[in-house]
Design a protein around this ligand. Structure first.
Ligand code: HEM
Length: 497
């Protein structure tokens, strides 16, 4: 083993020296790193990576290139034009396959997020089709959403009433509601808001997404080292062990589905649909991408991508509305005019342009997925006139497009009106792509949009949300991480009569 390690390190020293001096022709400009480790050790530890990359672009331009470790090219894409070009370039549709990331999924390329090629296409197409059939983004799931919203409203009302100042703690309050909507489609079950086991699982997802960064996750650590030292990803800031209890929970649910499924019974949810397909393909004896492990990892990905993102968006909306009470009031007036005495529904949505504009502005300002999810060059390709080598990791800075001064007037200010034309109709700016664009666009976009709309609109219709008197306004600065969430905050909640 010692000999193996010495040979391994000798090879990477040589490769590193070669790479640092010999960048491929037309490689994007960027900083040089140190031998062996590339630019990784020079990256800031405290500053958010997406902000640091925006700073680099001021020196090197919209496409910056450097090496992580001795052999891994890393490309940072900043600004609306470069971001759009990168997202539409199908050669950049791959995902990183490094051993650190794979340790999330049993050391294999499984799931929906960190897979690519034909495997990804088949699994994504199947998942999207069946989640849609089961209610994703459709009004058929609206009743379920409204149950969750009513449940949340009851809890917030009870908490506000039990406090003499009507103060409610908004820490992690939305996650269970949001995941219950997803889980109704995937696993056909609902969890109690205070179920400690379920809360712990969601907490693990949040911890994972709030730790680590796009650079550490892609350090080119060889798989044998991760196998030898399973805690290595955690030590490098990517705590993939947090997913172990989630995988166990998902597997138990799949087993329960198998044991309770009656012959000829129609599929109850996504787990049933998936297991049916798997069985059929196994019976037909064809080579298949379907497996129980893949189902566990797909559900894990839906969990990871779907809970913290939607919950953070709702949390940020509440936070911005506390900071901008006049916006909150204007939104409430529109909701009262259009919805009368009832809670907002999806049918009202097209008649609520101001509410829509507020939600768009929250997503622009909060920019919860500032670097999208890293892409990978499937083959050598061109971006903004530069050559991107095969295998490069691409960090696409969505946040930079949301704040670009050439596209947005007073970009740093919260101003929902910017999303409306003179007639008060919603307008869509090309640079505003919170769910990404192109083939890798967010798989949960319709569900997320409906969820965030119904929750925020219902909260504003039901409550007046205010800052706590004699306390500074809660910060709008996000909790750092791969996905940005609001820092824990409290607000005064006055139920409207
Ligand atoms: C407000 C909430 C959400 C936002 C802002 C958001 C944003 C994003 C973004 C920016 C990407 C990466 C696009 C790229 O790499 O180019 C993504 C991917 C993804 N999202 Fe979402 N998302 C949200 C909610 C959800 C929900 C609710 C689900 C599932 C239930 C979901 C599932 C996924 C999946 C599976 C991917 C990977 C798609 C692929 O690689 O093919 N997301 N999302």
């Amino acid at each position: 083993m010692t000999v193996l390690l010495i040979i391994f390190f000798a090879v990477i020293v040589i490769l590193s020296l070669l790479k640092l001096s010999l960048r491929p022709p037309h490689f994007p400009p960027g900083p040089r790193g140190v031998p062996l480790l590339g630019y990784a050790p020079l990256m800031p530890k405290k500053e958010p990576i997406f902000k640091f990359m925006q700073k680099l672009s001021k020196t090197y331009g919209p496409v910056t290139g450097f090496y992580l470790g001795p052999t891994q090219p890393f490309i940072s894409v900043v600004g609306p034009q470069a971001v759009k070009e990168a997202l539409h370039n199908n050669d950049l549709n791959g995902r990183p396959t490094g051993a650190i990331l794979l340790s999330r999924t049993f050391g294999e390329s499984l799931g929906l997020i960190f897979v690519d090629g034909e495997f990804w296409q088949e699994q994504r197409r199947f998942t999207l089709r069946h989640l849609r059939d089961l209610g994703f983004g459709k009004t058929s799931i609206e009743d379920q959403m409204m149950d969750e919203i009513n449940d949340l409203i009851s809890e917030i009302t009870a908490t506000a009433k039990s406090d003499p100042e009507h103060i409610v703690d908004f820490k992690a309050i939305f996650s269970v509601s949001v995941i219950n909507i997803l889980w109704a489609i995937v696993g056909g079950k609902r969890f109690q808001r205070n179920d400690p086991q379920f809360k712990k699982l969601l907490d693990n997802v949040n911890k994972f997404l709030e730790s680590g960064n796009a650079v550490q996750a892609n350090l080119p650590v060889p798989a044998f080292l991760v196998r030898l030292f399973p805690s290595l990803p955690r030590r490098l800031g990517i705590n993939t062990e947090l997913f172990h209890p989630i995988q166990k929970f998902i597997e138990e649910n799949i087993d329960e589905h198998l044991s309770t499924r009656l012959q000829a019974e129609v599929a109850r949810d996504f787990i049933d649909v998936y297991m049916d397909e798997m069985e059929e393909q196994l019976k037909a004896n064809v080579s298949t991408t379907f497996s129980k492990k893949q189902l566990i990892c797909s559900i894990q990905d839906l969990f990871a991508a779907g809970s913290h993102t939607s919950a953070s968006s709702i949390g940020f909306a509440v936070l911005y509305l506390i900071h901008y009470p006049e916006v909150q009031q204007k939104m409430r007036e529109e909701l009262d005019n259009v919805c009368g005495d009832s809670l907002p529904s999806l049918a009202h949505r097209s008649r609520l342009p101001y509410t829509e504009a507020v939600l768009m502005e929250v997503m622009r300002m909060a920019s919860i997925a500032p670097l999208a999810i890293p892409h990978r060059a499937m083959k050598e390709t061109q971006l903004q006139g530069f050559t991107i080598p095969k295998g490069s990791i691409i960090a696409i800075n969505l946040d930079s497009a949301f704040k670009d001064a050439t596209v947005w007037e007073d970009a740093e200010n919260f101003r929902p009106e910017r999303h409306l034309d003179q007639n008060g109709k919603v307008i869509k700016n090309d640079a505003f792509t919170p769910f990404g664009i192109g083939k890798r666009i967010c798989l949960g976009e319709p569900l997320a949009r409906n969820t965030v709309f119904l929750f925020v609109a219902s909260l504003v219709k039901t409550f007046e949300l205010k800052s706590v008197s004699n306390k500074p306004l809660p910060t709008l600065e996000p909790e750092a991480g791969i996905i940005l969430g609001p820092k824990p905050f409290k607000a005064v909640v006055i139920p409207r009569v």
